[in-house]
Ligand binder design. Structure first.
Ligand SMILES: Cc1cc2nc3c(=O)[nH]c(=O)nc-3n(C[C@H](O)[C@H](O)[C@H](O)COP(=O)(O)OP(=O)(O)OC[C@H]3O[C@@H](n4cnc5c(N)ncnc54)[C@H](O)[C@@H]3O)c2cc1C
Length: 412
């Protein structure tokens, strides 16, 4: 079996890429995925909150939709790639030859390598199946420990707490949400969590889980013991790379390193989404950003990239809603700036919005030049009022000192 384009992985990246490639090149295109349809994970936490039981609200493309777009769909797992033979091998034993291979295999949730991690009642929150599993134990009055309070940990904690579960959270970082926003806004998140009765312990992680087949107790690194009914690990993701691609160049996170045409170090293998790095718009450096918004944007740009039209880089854009507030960030945050070796600082800024009041946001800027790198807000919808304006200001290279002219008051 031969296809000009073989796309592996039917998430927001691979699903969209297969459709765009088939439309653009009108050549035989195959999508292989280990789930029977293409769905998006980005709103799974709403499903957990509301007890959704079917995949329907998340579906992006059914196999019929794909057929209508000229894409052949195979529901199977790619167990290995043989790059020297331009071949992928499926779980069923079938072999498929490709002209060009697009990897969009996403990421998998990271587990902590500790005693008791294989007990029943230990979850991650990454797939629709994970959501169903968690939903089945989210009974009022139960006690859960959520390890890791990045965006996914916050979304899960909020959803479980809304279902009446008593939620305890721990993080090795001192405050929740610090992987997305800076300290002053992370403090706001902590206050919002407390208002909903969600407990947080910073600078702490899980040392051991105990129980008789099912998890019953979590022992923390500060010596504390928590009686729990279940545990959710939301301690980051690991790029998912099929076997046989060990020779490709990878980032320190293990993601496939790609250039501004989405090419890996093998010219006939492209990679998009959570399995790959992308270029950062502001620094031109490669960065690992497992965000659906970037996966789907990359998929849309892929056909042109294959014709040699490179992209300039992506600006991070993250929006989540938990504990009745909206968290947003545009551009680099402190964590990414540190990773990229950018010397940064941050400042709070206020803007008077006529008829509404004052919004307070945070800007990340480069020390010395004052160049704006990022913008963050935590609050009601009005807090995100100027996100597009900031996006434009970041892209156009504006500096901190230019903000006063635009009506913002820089506080510190
Ligand atoms: C709860 C939650 C909330 C999120 N919220 C946001 C948000 O608000 N904004 C945002 O930008 N991002 C968000 N994300 C992240 C976003 O979902 C991911 O970045 C996005 O799904 C990545 O898309 P992808 O196509 O690279 O991979 P995925 O969507 O993970 O899809 C990969 C697919 O490939 C399949 N696959 C893997 N290996 C193989 C193989 N060997 N053979 C066949 N198939 C394979 C997988 O089963 C999967 O179906 C969220 C994620 C979660 C879990």
């Amino acid at each position: 079996m031969y296809y000009d384009f073989v796309v592996v992985g039917g998430g927001v990246g691979g699903g969209e890429a297969s459709v765009r490639l088939a439309r653009f090149f009108n050549k035989p295109t195959l999508l292989i995925s280990d789930y029977p349809l293409v769905y998006s994970r980005m709103t799974l936490s709403y499903g957990l909150k509301q007890g959704v039981k079917t995949v329907d609200p998340y579906v992006v493309y059914t196999p019929e939709d794909l057929r209508g777009e000229g894409v052949t769909f195979i529901h199977d797992r790619v167990v290995a790639v043989e790059p020297d033979r331009n071949t992928v091998i499926l779980g069923s034993g079938r072999r498929v030859e490709y002209g060009v291979l697009v990897l969009a295999t996403g990421s998998k949730a990271r587990f902590l390598d500790i005693d008791g991690v294989s007990l029943k009642g230990v979850f991650t929150f990454q797939t629709f199946t994970d959501m169903l599993g968690l939903s089945s134990v989210a009974e009022p009055g139960r006690r859960a420990l959520v390890a890791g309070t990045g965006m996914i940990g916050l979304l899960v904690s909020d959803a479980l707490s809304a279902r009446g579960v008593k939620v305890y959270t721990v993080d090795i970082l001192p405050l929740p949400g610090l992987t997305a926003v800076e300290e002053p806004l992370a403090r706001t998140i902590l206050n919002k969590m407390k208002l909903k009765g969600v407990e947080f312990m910073g600078g702490v992680t899980v040392e051991k889980l105990k129980g008789d087949r099912r998890v019953e107790e979590a022992i923390l690194t500060n010596g504390e013991r928590l009686q729990v009914d279940f545990v959710v690990f939301s301690v980051g993701v690991v790029p998912n790379i099929p076997q046989g691609l060990e020779g490709l160049v990878k980032s320190r996170e293990g993601a496939l390193l790609t250039d501004n045409l989405f090419r890996t170090s093998r010219r006939d293998i492209y990679a998009i989404g959570d399995c790959a790095t992308t270029m950062d718009l502001q620094t031109g450096e490669s960065i690992y950003r497992p965000l659906g918004i970037i996966a789907s944007y990359a998929a849309k740009l892929l056909p042109k990239a294959m014709e040699g039209v490179g992209y300039q880089g992506f600006l991070a854009y993250q929006v989540e809603e938990a504990f009745s507030v909206l968290f947003m960030r545009v551009g680099l945050n402190g964590l990414e700036a540190r990773r990229l070796g950018v010397n940064y600082s941050y400042a709070l800024v206020e803007l008077k919005v006529p008829g509404v009041g004052v919004t307070r946001n945070l800007v990340v800027y480069e020390k010395g030049s004052g160049r704006l790198l990022g913008w963050q807000s935590v609050g009601g919808y009005i807090a995100s009022y100027k996100s597009k304006v900031f996006e434009h200001m970041i892209k156009s290279g504006m500096r901190l000192e230019d903000l006063e002219e635009k009506g913002f008051k820089v506080l510190e």
